[in-house]
Design a protein around this ligand. Structure first.
Ligand code: FAD
Length: 384
């Protein structure tokens, strides 16, 4: 922790936001030898979107840059550094992309798009029902199976990065609400609650609040839109063991269902625009969720065991922004990870750290097709 009594401690880099984006890039920068402060408004890092995800790793979800970053992250997930985490970061799951008869064209289009770089295959209704036995026979017409999709231990990943950050000499300030930013010849002055710290460079990893932090710095906006998504936990039908079932996702992303520690995590896959906030589930979305699940599956939801909502924050093309602001000097954006910020975090953090330090993007990530221009704010039609 920083010494609050000392006046204006000075860091090379201040990272704002200690969700998965901030924690991972802070760890990469500290391990590269930089003096880094990680600032988080909440008492616990991970309280917002990072702690509310569906915890899936799939190389076929999201726009092309996300798929590339996820492919480039696989090696880290499969072989994290020695001592990073106590348990494996990934475990078997699989995804079944589901289509009704009227959605088969969409299914084939998706297959055509992702098959060249993804381990996927089209399956018929019978095979879909053998993978996911609760599917209604009169509902499903076909599917696309992705057996290599896996569950992520999000807590293990996030805390592995926080631990690595501390081990590399990084300092963390929790309960630290960044309220004002000012730039002078001494660098950035950051007002955090009642104290002020100085930093040469700011990394904005504030999740849904990234455009608000940008405004404090005279940077951006990048046109970030936080969108609420609801998750609900219900019991599995009596006598069933959901553990071996894949996550089942409607091909038009109207719902999904995923086994979760003996229960079922269900979602209406809602994307309701929201101001940045401590998102809460809306009863209407919960009701829509239950209706869509009961329509596709032989399930009667009798009670809701748990429910939550989180904000998935997107820019116009749903691809993250990782670049220096074109106007505000030494202000780096790491935002817009949308619905894929966990699975892509290892490669995105290494990419961002390289761009912050003025190094080339690591070769294994560039080899997957990632270039700095793909993540630059200048690709967007915004007033940055
Ligand atoms: C229901 C749901 C399901 C999802 N499923 C998946 C999935 O299966 N796979 C996947 O890869 N992704 C998934 N996601 C997306 C993923 O969770 C996000 O992309 C990721 O967590 C974003 O991380 P972040 O660090 O940018 O944001 P956050 O975790 O929100 O972190 C931002 C932090 O910044 C802090 N902050 C903001 N303003 C300030 C300030 N002024 N001062 C100090 N700190 C500040 C906040 O307190 C917050 O902790 C899902 C999301 C949701 C909601």
């Amino acid at each position: 922790m920083i010494d609050v009594a000392s006046t204006q401690p000075h860091y090379e880099i201040a990272v704002i936001g200690a969700g998965i984006a901030g924690a991972s890039v802070a760890a990469e920068l500290a391990e590269a030898g930089r003096r880094v402060l990680l600032i988080e408004r909440e008492a616990q890092p991970g309280y917002h979107t990072t702690g509310r995800s569906a915890a899936l790793f799939t190389e076929t979800y999201g726009p092309p840059a996300i798929r590339a970053l996820s492919r480039a992250s696989a090696r880290f997930y499969e072989a994290p550094p020695e001592g990073f985490c106590a348990n494996p970061l990934l475990s078997a799951r699989g995804v079944l992309m589901l289509a009704r008869a009227d959605q088969m064209d969409a299914l084939h289009a998706l297959h055509t798009e992702v098959a060249p770089k993804g381990d996927v295959r089209l399956i018929d209704a019978n095979e879909a029902r053998s993978l996911a036995p609760l599917l209604r026979a009169d509902y499903v017409a076909g599917g696309m199976a992705e057996p290599g999709a896996r569950d992520i231990d999000v807590h293990g990943l996030h805390h592995g990065y926080l631990k690595a950050f501390r081990a590399a000499g990084g300092e963390t300030l929790t309960n630290g609400d960044v309220r004002a930013l000012a730039r002078s010849s001494a660098g950035w002055s950051i007002e955090v609650g009642r104290i002020t710290v100085l930093a040469d460079t700011i990394v904005n990893a504030a999740g849904a609040w990234a455009d608000e932090i940008g405004a404090l710095a005279g940077a951006g906006p990048i046109g970030l839109v936080p969108k609420r998504r609801t998750a609900v936990i219900v019991a599995a039908p009596p006598g069933t063991d959901p553990a071996p079932w894949p996550m089942v996702v409607d091909v038009d992303e109207q719902f999904y269902m995923k086994p979760d520690a003996g229960r079922l995590l269900i979602s209406p896959a809602d994307e309701t625009p929201s101001p940045p906030c401590d998102a809460q589930p809306d009863e209407y979305d919960v009701a829509v969720c239950v209706d869509r699940i009961e329509t596709a599956f032989d399930i009667q939801v009798r009670s809701i065991e748990n429910k939550w909502a989180g904000l998935r924050s997107f820019v116009a093309d749903k691809t993250p922004v990782a670049c220096y602001d074109p106007v505000a000097a030494d202000f780096f954006w790491l935002a817009g990870q949308g619905g894929y910020g966990i699975q892509s975090a290892p490669a995105l953090a290494r990419t961002a750290a390289a761009l912050i330090e003025g190094r080339p993007i690591p070769a294994d990530i560039a080899d997957q097709g990632i270039a700095a221009a793909d993540l630059a704010v200048t690709r967007l039609d915004v007033a940055a």
